[in-house]
Design a protein around this ligand. Sequence first.
Ligand SMILES: *Cc1c(COP(=O)(O)O)cnc(C)c1O
Length: 404
Amino acid sequence: MFDVDKIRDDFPILKRKVHGKPLVYLDNAATSQTPQIVIDTIVDYYSNYNANIHRGVHTLSQEATDKYEQARIKIQHHFNAKEAFEIIFTSGTTHSINMIASGFASLLKEGDEIIVSALEHHSNIVPWQMLCEKTGAVLRVIPMNLEGALEMDFYHNMLNKNTKLVFCNHVSNALGTVNPIKEIIDAAHKVGAAVLVDGAQATPHIKPDVQELDVDFYVASAHKLCGPTGMGMLYGKQEWLEKLPPYQGGGEMIATVSFEKTTYAGLPHKFEAGTPNICGGIAFGAAIDYMNTIGFNEIASYENELLTYATNQLLEIEGVKIYGTSTEKTAVISFNIEGIHPYDIGAILDKLGVAVRTGHHCAQPIMDYYKIPGTVRASFSFYNTKTEVDLLIEAVKKAKLMLS
Ligand SMILES: *Cc1c(COP(=O)(O)O)cnc(C)c1O
């Protein structure tokens, strides 16, 4: 049995009150909360072995280096990468994506095509626009439909010998749609294009297998899966990481330096210039361990129960419209109440202790498609409860009463 009460004891923040009401935290798609074991890992690092890595021969430096590299191996195993050096530590999904976009600048020429999906986060649109400006490549967009799913026929028709890169999120942060990434990857490979999958929103719910997917790049942020902010990862196939030039110059990424010529370090150090977020990397490893002790199958089935429970109750409220109704979705509900601005609902929910997100969710093109300014987004995690869903529903009813 999934013991949610026991799990909630792992998260100190879930005991706090907001405006005198118990916190109902339903903004998990923006960032997840941190279990005590991850907090302890951070405290342990700064209390006992804070030192720079890969450089010192002294004990603290060796301990920090060992723990940091062990975290890399934990992440390698979690994503089933073939090699630990295929995991690059970054400051998050945005950083990872920019790293690839910048690397591809030297590999693209005028007339090449990049395909992105209509369901992207801004962090997955802007870097490609910048890349196109730099290289003369053309950006093409896979359209979406009213359910919030991608129109795959359009995608298959778009692919051609000029397609060099395809970028898609695994799960849409605004709607929760799970995209058919295996189909996207296989079709792209048939025309020789590389595929980058943004897993920021999928990794809290799904355990991806990068070898089985045969994906070229897969990126994620630690803070959405119970880890710290400012920490993330980039998985890249060895052959691609070797082909791409380094992102930044600096310490740690070089083999030899002279004023005539510098040679670059091997993987993963070629992409990890400067002193990294050492503690963040180690805490990321601890967060992955924690999530795996709960189990991703258990997480998915419990969250799905919450999603169905919340969806059914919300739809009983007159005037509620849910955006993103694909059958393949994670525990995210984006909705509006007819005639009421999402921001006003969010503000009243906060007064009642319920934390949701309101706005465009960094996905303005999706809002434009539905011709709405934004939505109220409730996103669930495995530590949320049915009682909390009830509190959400009660709060939405109250907000509707006050605002209409
Ligand atoms: C959160 C998110 C990002 C951005 O992640 P950062 O940690 O802010 O870099 C990108 N894509 C998706 C789908 C997201 O949900």
